[in-house]
Design a protein around this ligand. Structure first.
Ligand SMILES: [Zn+2]
Length: 313
């Protein structure tokens, strides 16, 4: 890191599998990005997380003696109450109603901007990525992260929709053809429309283990009928879910991110056609790929950190 830079923000994006951390400058350029496995199995999951973040932050700051962060941006997965700074629930990481914002603020002695990982990544896509590429400011949008599961961030009239952290769980809304879901419900979108489901269903139907949805796409391109059926069913399920959104919040843009988005037009082209068939007078959204990739969360954490610095008394 250049010694003249004094990056003012310390950023964390906490997922179930790994924690990404970085410093950033005033403009949101990320410096010294690190990725480490999220520590599991500590007796107090919230305290264990803060402890791990403190170690990571101290290491990052030690890389440059000039670094004196002014604020922290912290994103976590699960159900997140951004208004009150609480991690309400995380199935993966185990906390229940933990005051993570205050705990982090105390650990770093800095203001902390706190948010949900997918919601903030969506805000970053709108500001710096897919939304910025569209030119004019997009006010009604959905970012769908289609990976192992499916999560979404909703924006209506320029505002993120949070509902105490419970909004945007599109992956756990029932769709036709959906299957039993580990969440306890039946028919959830992510049991059929996620990258994880595509790989799993193909392996189950053929007895052939595949390393992700991309291999199913390759099999389909090579003429495999089972792969074609499973891929088509996933697209149909995703289109169903987006069509429901067209009738409820009517996004102008749907940004598709996560592992499945790496299939590019092989996914997006058929998805646009399947959606069009389900709409009549509705406003048809533009379906575009996410652009920030793995860094979307950290860029979202930057937006939260800036907010925290500006709102300081
Ligand atoms: Zn479910």
């Amino acid at each position: 890191m250049p010694q003249k830079v004094n990056p003012p923000y310390l950023l964390f994006d906490v997922g179930g599998t790994d924690i990404k951390s970085a410093l950033s400058d005033d403009a949101g350029n990320l410096l010294g990005i690190r990725r480490v496995p999220t520590r599991h199995g500590t007796p107090d999951p919230a305290a264990g997380l803060i402890d791990q973040l403190h170690t990571l932050g101290t290491d990052l700051m030690a890389e440059s003696p000039l670094v004196k962060p002014k604020a922290v941006g912290l994103l976590v997965c699960g159900v997140v109450d951004e208004t009150h700074g609480r991690g309400v629930f995380s199935a993966n990481l185990g906390w229940r109603d933990a005051p993570l914002r205050d705990m982090a603020s105390k650990a770093f002695a800095l203001p902390v901007g706190f948010g949900h990982d997918v919601s903030s990544a969506g805000a970053a896509e709108l500001r710096f990525g897919a939304g910025a590429a569209l030119g004019s400011k997009v006010r009604n949008a959905v970012m769908m992260v289609v990976g192992t599961g499916i999560a979404a961030a909703l924006f209506v009239d320029g505002h993120p929709v949070s509902s105490g952290g419970y909004a945007g769980e599109l992956g756990h809304a029932a769709v036709p053809g959906g299957l039993d879901c580990p969440c306890g419900a039946h028919g959830c979108l992510e049991t059929i429309g996620s990258a994880g489901a595509i790989a799993k269903r193909y392996a189950h139907a053929t007895g052939r283990q595949v390393n992700g949805a991309r291999e199913v796409l390759e099999a389909m391109n090579a003429g495999d009928i089972v792969a074609t059926r499973i891929w088509d069913e996933a697209i149909e399920a995703l289109a169903f879910s987006i069509a429901q959104l067209c009738s409820s919040i009517s996004p102008e843009t749907v940004i598709i991110g996560g592992g499945l988005a790496q299939s590019g037009e092989a996914l997006l082209g058929p998805l646009r056609l399947a959606l069009r068939k389900k709409l009549s007078y509705h406003r048809e959204p533009l379906i575009v790929p996410a652009q920030l990739g793995q860094d979307a969360g950290l860029r979202g954490a930057y937006l939260k950190a800036v907010e925290a610095k500006e709102n300081q008394p």
